[in-house]
Write a protein that binds this ligand. Structure first.
Ligand code: SUD
Ligand code: ADP
Length: 314
């Protein structure tokens, strides 16, 4: 019997993000392209017979508010499961970074405990539970790059090119709910008409050419957070314009640019470090954290579960 599982909780990027309307409950309808990164947090689950406990020290997040604990308790309520678990979180992703760290942690917990507690829930059921925890959780549960609509939960699997990214994390935490609620947010983008025969990435990209790709949060976050604005400008200067400009992910604060190879992404990272150490710009960008990662269309969580002998059930 399985008593311990160590699983990744990968980051995501929003390769574009258009906000097309606001629902009566205040949530927003989007059209966005999600791709996973081979970089993220790591969760260790050890079976116990008593309670759910989490070892982590996230600033400002009480254990009961942590999406990991919420996900575990939701599974217990839904299934009546009496088993417990000790969970250890190795946090690598910035909080409020637009990389989906909290949502990914929740999805890894749902899938990990479904295996460890032998609950046998289907992927559809787990995605539905995930949506109760956050709009971005279902894509991490389903584990495939996707064109997302609705509030982020209506997912069509797609195959964007698996490029190399330099991701830069300015020293700023952006509050997602506050950005969605801001009066200056663009929320009337024209919907992309996705044809019925959405085939791989093709149909999405035909309609959202590289030049048209944008993140509707970007102008607002740039105006409110000068560090994000400056970081985007710095990264854009290093980006390969034939591939695309630097963009923000989600509601920020992280920004990214795609490169033709890992080597080129690493070279841009080195140049960025050099640039921010220059006295004329060393002020508020000196705390830039960055990493190079591969964009991948199958979540490393699903790959790890398969290797552990627990392939995700459709
Ligand atoms: C902006 C995005 C883009 O992928 O990512 P992040 O920047 O958070 O990574 C998501 O839409 C964030 O999804 P997620 O972070 O799961 O949001 P939730 O916890 O469900 O909601 C937080 C708050 O954001 C608002 N919200 C969220 C999703 C949505 N489609 N419309 C909204 O208006 C609601 O006010 C909600 O109270
Ligand atoms: N396990 C968790 N990891 C990160 N954030 C969490 C977690 N549980 C709850 N949160 C809360 O969710 C918020 C959003 O976190 P996160 O998903 O990392 O950022 P984003 O939504 O910008 O991608 C955090 O600011 C924090 O208050």
């Amino acid at each position: 019997m399985l008593t311990e599982l160590v699983l990744p909780a990968p980051a995501k990027l929003n390769l574009f993000l258009h906000i097309i309307g606001r629902r009566s409950d205040g949530y927003h309808n989007l059209q966005t392209l999600f791709q996973f990164l081979d970089f993220g947090d790591r969760l260790t689950f050890v079976l116990n017979n008593s309670d759910v406990s989490l070892a982590s020290d996230l600033d400002g997040v009480a254990p009961e508010e942590n999406l990991i604990v919420k996900a575990a308790r939701l599974l217990q309520q839904e299934t009546g499961c009496q088993q417990g678990v000790n969970i250890l979180l190795d946090k690598q992703l910035p909080m409020g970074g637009g990389l989906g760290g909290g949502s990914s942690n929740a999805a890894t917990t749902l899938l990990g405990l479904n295996a460890l507690w032998e609950l046998g829930l289907t992927i559809d059921h787990l995605a539905e539970l995930g949506l109760r925890l956050g709009a971005d959780v279902p894509v991490f549960v389903r584990g495939h790059s996707a064109f997302a609509e609705g509030i982020g939960e209506v997912l069509t699997p797609v195959e964007p090119e698996e490029g190399w990214f330099l991701v830069v994390v300015p020293d700023a935490q952006v509050n997602t709910a506050a950005m969605y609620g801001h009066s200056d947010l663009t929320r009337d983008s024209l919907p992309i008409k996705v044809c019925a025969a959405l085939d791989g990435e093709g149909a999405v990209l035909d309609q959202v050419s590289q030049q048209q790709r944008r993140n509707d949060f970007e102008p607002l976050v740039r105006a409110l957070y000068p560090k994000v604005d400056k970081t985007l400008s710095l990264l854009d200067n290093l980006a390969d314009s034939s591939i695309g400009r630097a963009m923000m992910s989600g509601s920020g604060a992280s920004v990214f640019a795609r490169f033709a190879s890992r080597e080129q992404a690493l070279a841009a990272q080195a140049e960025l470090s050099l640039n921010v150490s220059r006295p004329e710009i060393a002020d508020d960008t000196s705390k830039l954290h960055s990493f190079v990662a591969h964009g991948i269309n199958r979540s490393p969580l699903h790959t790890a579960l398969q290797h552990a002998g627990y392939p995700v059930m459709e």
